[in-house]
Design a protein around this ligand. Structure first.
Ligand code: SF4
Length: 336
C-alpha cells in the first residue's frame, strides 16, 4: 500500500523542523501560513521568532498590529500576517481561544483556505482530510501519469478523491506530512530522485521514464512591470514617509514616497541607484533619488515625518527596507 510505504519512509527520513516538535494546531497553522510562497529554510527563523513572541493564540490576538507586522517584516506577502492576527482574534472571541476541529468552522477563519484547513486537520487533529498543494499535485500527477492540468479545480478535486482512497487505514498526520516531505526532498520539480522514492513501484511515470513530463500545468501570465521613482527626502533629522496604500499592497507597512516620474511635488537633487523588486504578479522598477519637497507645496495626509532614529523600530515594505539598508550602509544617512 502506498500509504504504508510513504509513512514508513517519512518516519525514517523526515527533517527535524521546529514546527514538527508538537502538533498544536496553532503551531501548525503559523508554520503553514509562513511556508506559503516561502522556502522552509527562510521561514524557520521567522517561525522561531514568532513563536517566542506570540507562543499561543491568546498572545497573538492580544498583540497590536505594529508588533504583528514587525514580526513578519522581511517575510513578504504581508496580508498573511494580518490574516493570522485576525484569525487569532476570531478564535479568542468566538471559540474561547480553542482552535476549532471541524472543517467548516476552520474554513471561516481569515486566511485559511482549503489546503491550510486540511493540513491543520490532518496534522494537528489526525483527521483523514487530504491537503493538496503544489507539491502534492506534482507527486500524485507523476504517480498516476496524469495529463490533467493541475491549474484546474477539476484536477484538484480528482486528486483529492485519489488521496482519500490512499489515506484509508493510514495515520493521517504522517501521511500528509510524508507526502509534503516527499515532494520537497525527493519528487522535486526538475530533478526527481526516483531511486530514493519509497513509492516508485506505484509510479507510472517512473516506470515509463517520463517523470519530467508531469505534472501538466497551463502557463500563467507574465508579471507586469511598473516604473516608479522613490524619493529620499530628509529634513534635519526627519525622513519623509508615506502611508499611501491605495495599491492594496502591504497595508500597515511604512513606505518611502514612491511616485511616477515627473511628479512636480519633488525636486530631485541626485540620482542614487536603481533596482528591481519582484512580486508574484508584478515587478517594480525603482529609481531611488535624493530629493526635497517643492517650496510652497503642502504635504498630503498620506505623508508625514519620521525621526531618523526610529527607522529601525518600525515595519517597512520590503522593497523600501532594502533601499534604507543600502543607503544607510553607503553613507551617513543624516547627510542626505
Ligand atoms: S518515482 Fe519519481 S516521479 Fe514517481 S513519485 Fe517517486 S520521485 Fe516522483
Amino acid at each position: 500500500m502506498i500509504a504504508n510505504e510513504l509513512t514508513r519512509w517519512y518516519k525514517l527520513n523526515k527533517r527535524e523542523l521546529p514546527f514538527r516538535m508538537n502538533k498544536d494546531p496553532y503551531s501548525v497553522w503559523v508554520s503553514e501560513i509562513m511556508a506559503q510562497q516561502t522556502r522552509i529554510e527562510t521561514m524557520v527563523p521567522y517561525y522561531l521568532r514568532w513563536m517566542a513572541k506570540f507562543p499561543d493564540i491568546q498572545t497573538c490576538a492580544n498583540a497590536d498590529e505594529t508588533e504583528i507586522l514587525k514580526a513578519w517584516e522581511g517575510l513578504g506577502y504581508y496580508r498573511r500576517a494580518r490574516m493570522l492576527w485576525n484569525g487569532a482574534k476570531m478564535i479568542v472571541n468566538e471559540y474561547h481561544g480553542i482552535f476549532p476541529s471541524d472543517y467548516a468552522t476552520i474554513r471561516e477563519i481569515p486566511g485559511i483556505g482549503d489546503y491550510t484547513a486540511a493540513a491543520i486537520l490532518s496534522i494537528a487533529f489526525n483527521q483523514p482530510v487530504p491537503a493538496v498543494d503544489g507539491n502534492v499535485l506534482r507527486v500524485v500527477s507523476r504517480v498516476l501519469m496524469s495529463s490533467s492540468d493541475i491549474a484546474k479545480d477539476s484536477t484538484k478535486k480528482h486528486i483529492t478523491n485519489v488521496l482519500n482512497e490512499w489515506m484509508v487505514g493510514a495515520e493521517p498526520s504522517d501521511f500528509t506530512q510524508g507526502l509534503m516531505e516527499l515532494g520537497a526532498l525527493v519528487c522535486k520539480v526538475s530533478a526527481p530522485d526516483c531511486q530514493q522514492c519509497p513509492i516508485r513501484h506505484h509510479c507510472l511515470s517512473f516506470q515509463h521514464g517520463v517523470q519530467k513530463d508531469f505534472p501538466v500545468k497551463s502557463l500563467h501570465k507574465k508579471p507586469k512591470s511598473e516604473s516608479y521613482v522613490v524619493h529620499l527626502v530628509v529634513d534635519n533629522d526627519f525622513l519623509l514617509i508615506s502611508k499611501d496604500w491605495s495599491d492594496g499592497l502591504m497595508e500597515g507597512y511604512l513606505r518611502l514616497p514612491q511616485v511616477r516620474e515627473n511628479d512636480d511635488r519633488f525636486v530631485i537633487s541626485e540620482s542614487l541607484f536603481s533596482f528591481k523588486h519582484v512580486f508574484s504578479h508584478k515587478i517594480w522598477l525603482l529609481s531611488v533619488v535624493k530629493s526635497r519637497f517643492t517650496d510652497g507645496v503642502e504635504l498630503s495626509d498620506d505623508y508625514s515625518w519620521l525621526p531618523i532614529s526610529e527607522i529601525d523600530s518600525v515595519a517597512w515594505i520590503s522593497a523600501h527596507r532594502k533601499i534604507l539598508l543600502k543607503t544607510l550602509k553607503k553613507s551617513d544617512f543624516s547627510s542626505l
